[in-house]
Design a protein around this ligand. Structure first.
Ligand SMILES: [Zn+2]
Length: 268
């Protein structure tokens, strides 16, 4: 992986459309050890050195931290390293996020990514969301065809806590869930994905019709078939916009009707 490829990788991190996923697979497969990547990071930085806070190019060496050279900016008087200002800044366990990146690229679930990387599920969620947030400008602008929408929950107070929502792990294909989870205690993450792999997500403070609509309306194509669970907010959105909706009600642990299911988004 070349230095400029690394920059491209950082910029596209978390954007999991099929094409980019393949590009990332290629880049990451070609990548060796964590040290090599650190070297790449430094090289990339050296090509266009600038303060990650303010962009000034006037700085001096300031020791090192976390295996990266550190600098002191003469313009804003803050210290920074090659990762400052990138989605990877401040992430400790650097050797783990490389593994995690590979797991993301492979498109495995949060839970599998956590297990594979040997990090906690909550960390897995936080990292993924961080990468997605970093790539928010590259989120799907439109989802078309069969579009799955689903929610997952994370405790609002989860920072530093070891508990994600107390819910049994779901198998692919999903089973009944969110038995009255309160958004008083949980943030809802709404994930929307079509069969082309175009994906977008958002953290919602509640699952009201207004909140759902605000997120779905800009991205869901008018002729899409929206596949959801039984949450009435989706129904309201579909009725209002005239978008065809398919509600999958859990039965026998399955949420599949013909080719309609929410397995993709659940896996995501
Ligand atoms: Zn600065």
């Amino acid at each position: 992986m070349k230095a400029q490829d690394f920059q491209a990788l950082v910029e596209h991190f978390g954007d999991l459309s099929q094409v980019q996923r393949e590009a990332l697979v290629e880049a990451l497969t070609a990548t060796g050890s964590g040290e090599e990547v650190v070297a790449l990071i430094e090289t990339r930085f050296a090509a266009a050195p600038a303060c990650g806070h303010c962009g000034a190019a006037d700085f001096k060496p300031w020791g090192s931290a976390s295996d990266l050279k550190r600098y002191m900016c003469k313009a804003c008087a803050r210290t920074f390293n090659a990762l400052t200002g990138t989605p990877l800044a401040g992430l400790r366990l650097r050797e783990k996020w490389l593994d995690y990146a590979r797991a993301l690229v492979d498109g495995v679930s949060l839970r599998k990514a956590a297990a594979r990387t040997d990090i906690h599920l909550e960390t897995s969620f936080r990292w993924r969301h961080r990468f997605l947030a970093a790539a928010k400008d590259k989120k799907a602008v439109s989802v078309t065809g069969i579009v799955e929408a689903d929610e997952t929950f994370i405790l609002k107070s989860a920072k530093g806590s070891r508990n994600l929502v107390g819910r049994a792990p779901r198998k692919r294909g999903g089973k009944a869930k969110k038995p009255g989870l309160s958004t008083d205690e949980h943030d809802a993450i709404l994930i929307v994905r079509d069969r082309h792999g175009e994906t977008t997500d958002a953290i919602l403070t509640d699952l009201s019709a207004a909140a759902i609509r605000a997120h779905l309306k800009p991205v869901v194509a008018k002729d899409a078939v929206l596949v959801t669970d039984g949450n009435k907010s989706y129904e309201a959105f579909a009725a209002e916009t005239g978008i065809t909706q398919m509600v999958l009600v859990a039965s026998h642990g399955e949420r599949t009707v013909g080719c309609y299911h929410t397995q993709n988004v659940s896996a995501y």
